[in-house]
Design a protein around this ligand. Structure first.
Ligand SMILES: [Zn+2]
Length: 260
């Protein structure tokens, strides 16, 4: 296509820049690309090539529709370095889901304490899936609940369907930090609605959680305490539970920094 265009303009096509990290700053105000003036084709003395802004824009567009927070920009499977056997196994399961979907049987529930890389793997899965053109969506559990709550309309006594509908219908949903909200009746009912609806429609769900099925100490909640019996049992049917062990790598970094 770019080559055809170049021919029409009597220009020779030159190879595109393969380095996706080429520094290219889009002017936010006008959002006009200084290289191609939004034509998508960069004209050089020796010919023309697809402008690197196209890749950048399509990546931005994808991240926006997937709702990935910007600070996960550099997260990928390659950047996940397993430090235990369970982490290596989890990476394998996650990568397998992302490449094999939709030929998979289960979603994935990544279970482990803080800082072992659950969200990293979930984000890497979403990125891989969206690169493959599969619509998917990321939500941190408590911010999803807040968004649904904020959209509540007292007149209709219902929450906006525009918030809930994509969450129910997206082919792959990541619910990050499942169980992080205090399990009030409303939270449990809303979660049950989302999970049951996705189950009935055969949609895949990927969850991460800091809570375990076994109570680590008498004072700590289990996942069932946080999401309710119904939802935990439904998740057993929908997701393969993958446990990650290890220590908090973010804490480790903090500690090593404190030495300096
Ligand atoms: Zn451009």
């Amino acid at each position: 296509m770019a080559q055809e265009k170049a021919k029409n303009h009597n220009l020779k096509a030159v190879p595109s820049l393969t380095d996706a990290t080429t520094p290219l700053v889009l002017d936010e105000e006008s959002s006009e690309c200084p290289k191609c003036f939004n034509s998508g084709l960069e004209v050089l003395p020796e010919g023309a090539r697809p402008c690197s802004c196209r890749k950048l824009k399509s990546r931005e567009k994808t991240l926006k529709s997937v709702r990935l927070p910007k600070h996960y920009g550099s997260v990928s499977f390659d950047s996940y370095k397993p430090r235990t056997q369970l982490q290596a196994a989890a990476k394998k399961w996650a990568a397998n889901f992302a490449t094999e979907y939709p030929a998979v049987n289960y979603g994935i529930l990544l279970m482990g304490s803080v800082g072992v890389g659950k969200t990293h793997l979930a984000v890497a899965m979403l990125k891989k899936l969206s690169e493959r053109g599969i619509p998917c969506m990321f939500y941190e559990f408590s911010s999803l609940l807040k968004k649904i709550q904020d959209s509540y309309n007292p007149t209709t006594q219902a929450s906006e369907l525009s918030v809930l509908s994509p969450v129910l219908n997206t082919p792959v949903l990541v619910l990050d930090e499942l169980g992080s909200s205090k399990p009030t009746n409303w939270v449990l009912d809303t979660l049950a609605l989302i999970i049951n609806s996705r189950y009935n429609e055969d949609k895949f769900t990927i969850c991460t959680t800091n809570y375990f099925d076994n109570r680590p100490t008498d004072r700590e909640d289990t996942l069932e305490d946080r999401v309710g019996v119904r939802v935990r049992s439904r998740l057993h049917e929908m997701c393969r539970t993958i446990i990650l062990d290890g220590t908090d790598y973010r804490k480790k970094i903090d500690q090593s920094l404190q030495r300096y």
